[in-house]
Design a protein around this ligand. Structure first.
Ligand code: HEM
Length: 525
């Protein structure tokens, strides 16, 4: 379910590349979906006014294109009270005051549901081999939290040294494959980073052997895009059409078949080993996610191979998308603020080996990535909970079944009350000023107290909220440091068009443009 949270539209990435034909197709398609929604309106009761209805629908469809602004405007007007935002497919109630955030976090799992929101965003019935997950948290255990939060995190020191060299050489290969213009390589940074994150996750979750399986790796990459396209189409369809079109589309998404069919025999073998172990036999040790998910499934009712693979597919989705977008924006920021390169490189030269051994450290890089995520968060909406039973906040704001409660993460993180000079990029604002020593004079660090990228509190919701905060954040942070570390240690970076548009908006999401080019100039020829 992962980063579910962040449901973005890679299909519209195509738009961001400015492909005219794709633009027309997508727009025609959206107009078609809009008309379908209008035609499917069944409320023809006495007060039904078709003109008013169309006007209201147009208003809600604006959310698709101006979601960020609509959320921000609502935040500014709300005075800290819950406020509503209408999207074509749902009503969202945003809460920003810690009091209401606590109410959201404390609501019983059968009333407000993260899994329910994730299900609506990802439509796993069509995108994940008919995975029809339970919306009530814990119905099948929450072992995956320990698998990711503890076991994957604890294994980081085992994999980081290998990961660093794998990323270093793959990045050099990718860069070499990019076009040379006036003697310099121009690299499309976002697609390149997605490839590196897919590789990192494949190595970390499934081991080096599977990462060498070309068909699997290709599908693991395509799967993200295909899931988003399919899920978004299904979300925008009138409800009665969703199963028909969803099943038709799902049948055409070949990436999910390849992933499922590759992981299934491995999971089946692990089930055999689990049974052998239960009978006291010696079985091989597998330090990977397949095993951890299996080992942390409920003891009374251990998961089948298929259930394990379904869970892995959901985690896979969550683990690639937000990590690659966050790194891409951090690299953009490195190009836009080159004064940070020297102190970051110095820190890496001195501290990278220790980071590989321990998976923690590099506080300046930590702060730099956090600042980038604060100013360009992939999502403006966080901590989503779908309403399973009618819910009322203490101020009287009501939510009906199916609607969502959530937080305006971007608005909170750019509020001057919590972040001095909130719109200014201040890469070391979260670092302990003592670390910078004399060099600190060149940078303004302004947060009242230092904090880490993995910290979650009421002013930093990138990882969500309270008891359901992202369990993959320690792993995600380590991978971001590996990729950023390899970039800074081995290249100078320059954006080809510093002033060009860098991202594309859809709903509450921003996506880096695929055609933003960066010159990665090797430091050591
Ligand atoms: C920059 C990267 C990431 C971001 C921004 C992110 C963000 C989030 C957010 C906002 C949530 C929802 C929390 C809530 O609603 O309170 C979440 C949940 C989750 N994330 Fe992440 N995530 C990231 C990376 C990862 C990775 C790499 C993994 C897996 C290794 C992962 C696995 C999960 C899982 C399994 C959940 C569901 C937790 C639950 O049900 O309790 N995430 N994440």
């Amino acid at each position: 379910m992962g980063v579910t949270s962040d449901l973005q539209l890679l299909w519209l990435t195509k738009l961001s590349t400015g492909a005219d034909l794709t633009t027309s197709i997508v727009l025609t398609f959206l107009v078609g979906l809009f008309c379908l929604q209008v035609l499917a309106a069944t409320d023809k009761s006495s007060g039904y006014n078709p003109i008013k209805y169309v006007q209201n629908r147009i208003k809600t469809w604006q959310y698709l294109f101006k979601g960020q602004k609509i959320i921000q405007d609502g935040y500014e007007k709300s005075g800290g009270k819950p406020y509503e935002v209408l999207a074509p497919d749902n009503r969202y109630v945003f809460v920003s005051d810690p009091k209401y955030i606590r109410e959201l976090d404390k609501a019983p799992d059968n009333v407000l549901s993260l899994q329910g929101a994730a299900k609506q965003m990802l439509q796993p019935m069509y995108t994940m081999q008919h995975f029809n997950w339970f919306v009530i948290r814990g119905t099948e255990g929450v072992g995956f939290i320990r698998a990711l939060r503890t076991l994957l995190t604890n294994n980081l020191p085992e994999i980081l040294p290998d990961l660093s060299s794998i990323i270093r050489s793959r990045m050099a290969e990718l860069r070499n494959s990019h076009p040379t213009i006036k003697g310099e390589k121009h690299s499309p940074v976002y697609p390149m980073i997605v490839k590196l994150v897919v590789l990192s996750n494949a190595v970390s979750f499934f081991g080096k052997d599977l990462a060498k399986n070309d068909a699997f790796m290709e599908s693991a990459l395509e799967y993200i895009e295909q899931t988003l396209i399919c899920a978004e189409i299904v979300r925008l369809l009138p409800k009665f059409m969703a199963p028909i079109v969803g099943n038709l589309l799902g049948a055409r998404l070949k990436a999910q078949d390849v992933i499922f069919n590759t992981l299934m025999p491995i999971a089946e073998q692990r089930v055999i080993e689990r049974e052998a172990k239960a009978m006291g036999q010696e079985v091989p040790h597998h330090p990977d996610c397949i095993q951890w998910i299996m080992d942390t499934s409920p003891r009374q009712n251990p998961w089948s191979a298929q259930r394990v693979v379904h869970e892995l597919m959901a985690i896979w989705f969550g683990s690639v998308h937000a990590v690659s977008t966050t790194i891409t924006f951090a690299i953009h920021d490195l190009c836009l603020h080159p004064e940070y390169v020297e102190p970051l490189r110095n820190e890496l030269v001195q501290g990278y080996a220790e980071f590989e051994r321990t998976s923690v450290g590099l506080p300046l890089l930590d702060s730099f990535i956090k600042e980038s995520a604060r100013l360009t968060p992939v999502e403006a909406q966080s901590s989503r909970r779908s309403v399973l039973k009618p819910f009322t906040f203490s101020d009287g704001t009501k939510l009906a079944v199916g609607e969502w409660a959530c937080t305006p993460v971007r608005s909170i993180m750019q509020n001057p009350e919590f972040y001095p000079s909130p719109l200014e990029f201040n890469g070391f604002r979260f670092a302990d000023p003592n670390i910078l020593g004399d060099a600190g004079d060149a940078f303004k660090y302004k947060q009242p107290k230092p904090s880490k990228l993995t910290d979650c509190d009421n002013t930093f919701h990138v990882w969500g909220t309270g008891r359901m905060a992202c369990p993959g954040r320690y792993y995600a942070t380590a991978v971001m440091k590996v990729i950023m570390g390899q970039v800074i240690l081995h290249y100078d970076c320059e954006m080809v068009e510093q002033a060009g548009p860098r991202f594309f908006e859809w709903r509450s999401t921003i996506l880096p443009r695929s055609n933003t080019m960066i010159k990665f100039k090797p430091l050591h020829a």
